[in-house]
Design a protein around this ligand. Sequence first.
Ligand SMILES: CC(C)(COP(=O)(O)OP(=O)(O)OC[C@H]1O[C@@H](n2cnc3c(N)ncnc32)[C@H](O)[C@@H]1OP(=O)(O)O)[C@@H](O)C(=O)NCCC(=O)NCCS
Length: 161
Amino acid sequence: MLRPASAADVDAIARIWFEGWCDGHLGHVPDELVPHRGFDSFERRAPLRIADATVAEIDGQVAGFVMVVGDEVEQVYVDRAHRGGGVAAVVLAEGERQVRAGGHDQPWLAVVAGNARARRFYERQGWADTGPIDDYAIIGESGESVTVPCRRYVKPPRTAD
Ligand SMILES: CC(C)(COP(=O)(O)OP(=O)(O)OC[C@H]1O[C@@H](n2cnc3c(N)ncnc32)[C@H](O)[C@@H]1OP(=O)(O)O)[C@@H](O)C(=O)NCCC(=O)NCCS
């Protein structure tokens, strides 16, 4: 079941986001970013992102979530216990739907270049790698950032059969 996230989901989102960030990013992002991505960083940011988030629920538990901002599908995260089980496709399709419902023709996302599992997943879902893009990961209160090499993926519109 998909539903908009609420304040009650903050703890689950922070945990899934932190664990998923470690699984997809450690070893693939600059070392200087890692000390800024402890669990506390996700605990702090999760409540600020509830309005952007849609969660997938299984048996009353949050199994994954997607965050959408404008034409960007910003975060696609599935709980470790539910990976490989189809939740990811459901939340990604919902992110795509929200982008298009917001009046944008072409959803896009950035994925860390070394995040092989996520890239294979996006490609299987019909997303196309359009090349390198730098992400600027915020690390401080005053907006300092670390440059993270990523790939930019887009979801082309469906073509008529
Ligand atoms: C990315 C994510 C949402 C994908 O969901 P998922 O349920 O794991 O996706 P699937 O298992 O359906 O597909 C993953 C693909 O990678 C493959 N895969 C599995 N483990 C892998 C690994 N360790 N390395 C590379 N590929 C792997 C799977 O076999 C599958 O490919 P295939 O269909 O060609 O066989 C999920 O893994 C996740 O939450 N990861 C951590 C957070 C993250 O990286 N999010 C993306 C940020 S942009």
